[in-house]
Design a protein around this ligand. Structure first.
Ligand code: ADE
Length: 310
């Protein structure tokens, strides 16, 4: 996305009120209130055509549960792509045929349209960076029970999962995507993505942090942090980060961008636990995932390319 004031994210959901909390609170709420971010939440039912405003129907072939209707999703997405009032469609349309290309959409290419689903591409810092480079995003929150396959085929440019677990629907996943993406946009929410991100691009978990008071119930702070020796502090932190990553996420260490340094000095001998490190990996900038965390190319890129080219 290209800078302050130009970022637009549309969300389609049957629970628009769910987003009231995340979008009015904290940094995200402030960014929206101050006009740095343009996030629009749409009620999918606005595009339902019956008097019950239904968005689902019984599955062909039988079985339990209901399936979300592709016609409602298509109408809704066409309207959002074309920036039309709820219920209207024209302009960029999903053309006939099994896999329309962007050229088949009158009015130019679709914005990146992400369907949140457990069967999607794993959401990583690397994918967040990729999405943060877009001018517009459309996020589709399905209900997990089922969504007509033609939504996957005709509407979504991407399918994304936030983890190997099943949520009731895509709302929580969409909120995670919004937060991870918007904090990377340069000039938005006070972020300077280049410094905030690049200084954490080593692919290691964050080292333990301490603040006042110096002692709590007999638990102190590692002496090196109060030594005033900046070089020693940097070496200690690096060694702590490596030890923690090796213990908890060896998979990240294998992909780490920078060569692994050996721990030096007595401060690191005991590892993070001996140093009194927290059990959970730290705060929001605590993990820096390498660019290739989800691997270059592979099945996801191939799926995306074929959906766009056919
Ligand atoms: N919808 C339900 N579960 C999900 C998941 N793990 N990721 C993205 N969307 C989902």
């Amino acid at each position: 996305m290209s800078g302050a004031g130009t970022v637009r994210i549309d969300v389609l959901t049957i629970f628009p009120r769910w987003f009231e909390g995340p979008l009015t609170t904290s940094l995200l709420g402030r960014g929206i209130a101050e006009g740095e971010l343009d996030v629009r939440v749409h009620d999918l039912r606005e595009w339902a055509t019956d008097r019950h405003r239904s968005v689902d129907a019984a599955p062909y072939g039988g079985g339990a549960g209901m399936v979300m209707r592709a016609d409602v999703w298509i109408d809704a997405c066409e309207a959002v792509w074309n920036d039309l009032p709820a219920g209207e469609t024209r302009g960029r349309t999903v053309a006939g045929g099994p896999l329309p290309s962007d050229q088949a959409l009158a009015g130019g290419p679709r914005p990146r349209t992400v369907l949140l689903t457990p069967r999607g591409r794993p959401f990583t810092q690397s994918l967040a960076r990729e999405l943060a480079a877009e001018r517009r995003l459309v996020l589709l929150c399905g209900r997990y029970e089922g969504i007509d396959e033609r939504v996957h085929d005709l509407v979504a440019t991407d399918e994304v999962s936030v983890g190997d677990y099943v949520l009731f629907g895509g709302e929580v996943a969409a909120a995670a995507v919004i937060e991870a993406v918007t904090r990377l946009i340069p000039g938005v929410l006070g972020n300077d993505a280049s410094s905030a991100e690049e200084s954490f691009s080593s692919g290691l978990l964050e080292y333990p942090q301490y603040t006042r008071p110096a002692e709590i119930r007999g638990h102190g702070v590692p002496a090196v942090l109060a030594s005033g020796d900046h070089g020693a502090v940097a070496r200690w932190r690096r060694a702590q980060a490596e030890a923690l990553t090796a213990r908890r996420r060896p998979d990240l260490l294998a992909r780490s961008v920078q060569p692994v340094m050996t721990a030096d000095g007595p401060d690191v001998a005991g590892g993070p636990d001996a140093a009194g490190g927290p059990d959970a990996a730290g705060g929001e900038d605590s993990v820096a995932f390498p660019d290739n965390a989800d691997g270059p190319g592979g099945a996801w890129d191939a799926d995306r390319a074929s959906a766009q080219d056919d």
